[in-house]
Design a binder for this molecule. Structure first.
Ligand SMILES: [Zn+2]
Length: 249
């Protein structure tokens, strides 16, 4: 297996954080190569191998990786440690319905999946406390980023990384959603008939006190770059999922 490609986030606090790409891994066909999603009908053995390779590469214990069953909601749950089993390497494991997970236990990693929706990672600069959040349009409108900032409980001492998502070049939406976004986040998040999810995320974060210079954004479009990213809007089902992963140290 080729090593998984990782985008390492420059975290200025006691945490490590990465975004995966589709490069590396053993999945084939529409899941090629580094699919980490277990709910997309990929071969479970491939998903297990990919997840194992990711943990090995990062030096993370797979038994201490926590996920959510992402439902486009706004609930953020606490990580539980220790887990009863090595669920990350058992791809058919059921996770609680939650779109964000937070952890303040060194070594307990939290992760979210995406294939156009933004994976967003947050960390405290002054103590080991982190959160991973799955941010699509529903979560953005519903306020999941504001909820994550509230859980970390110190906006002036919080850093944020916005991962790979669909860009305004490829995310045309209907009139109603354009209106909702411009009312909620400002006209600057609308480009023609498209929504700029990353700009809306930055707007939400700034509203609750995250300074602009505390936000790191991977400016890319999952739909435009077929070599590097899975994109549900581009490929439909079946396709794979990339991941954002963060852990306190
Ligand atoms: Zn694009």
């Amino acid at each position: 297996m080729a090593d998984p490609e990782l985008v390492v986030v420059p975290v200025d606090g006691p945490a490590g954080a990465v975004f995966t790409t589709r490069i590396g891994g053993v999945s084939i066909g529409p899941y090629a190569q580094m699919n980490l999603g277990a709910h997309v009908a990929d071969d479970p053995d491939s998903v297990r191998a990919n997840r194992g390779a990711l943990c090995a590469r990062l030096g993370i214990d797979p038994a201490r990786v926590q996920l959510g069953s992402q439902v486009h909601g706004v609930h953020i749950g606490a990580a539980i440690d220790p887990l009863p089993e090595s669920a990350f390497l058992a791809p058919d494991s059921a996770w609680p319905d939650r779109d964000g997970i937070w952890s303040q236990t060194p070594g307990v990693a939290v992760g979210v999946f995406g294939a156009d929706c933004l994976p967003v990672l947050l960390w405290r600069r002054d103590r080991p406390k982190v959160a991973a959040v799955h941010v699509g349009w529903k979560g953005l409108i519903g306020g999941i980023l504001e909820a994550a900032v509230a859980i970390l409980d110190a906006p002036g001492r919080t850093g944020v990384a916005i991962g790979p998502g669909i860009g305004p070049c490829c995310y045309e939406v209907g009139d109603e959603l354009q209106d909702q976004f411009s009312r909620r986040f400002g006209d600057h998040v609308i480009a023609g008939r498209a929504v700029n999810l990353a700009a809306a995320a930055q707007s939400a974060l700034r509203t609750v006190g995250i300074p602009e210079d505390a936000i790191w954004a991977l400016e890319t479009c999952t739909s435009c770059d077929v070599h590097r990213w899975f994109s549900y809007r581009r490929d439909g089902a079946p396709t794979g999922r990339q991941m954002g992963l963060i852990w306190p140290v």
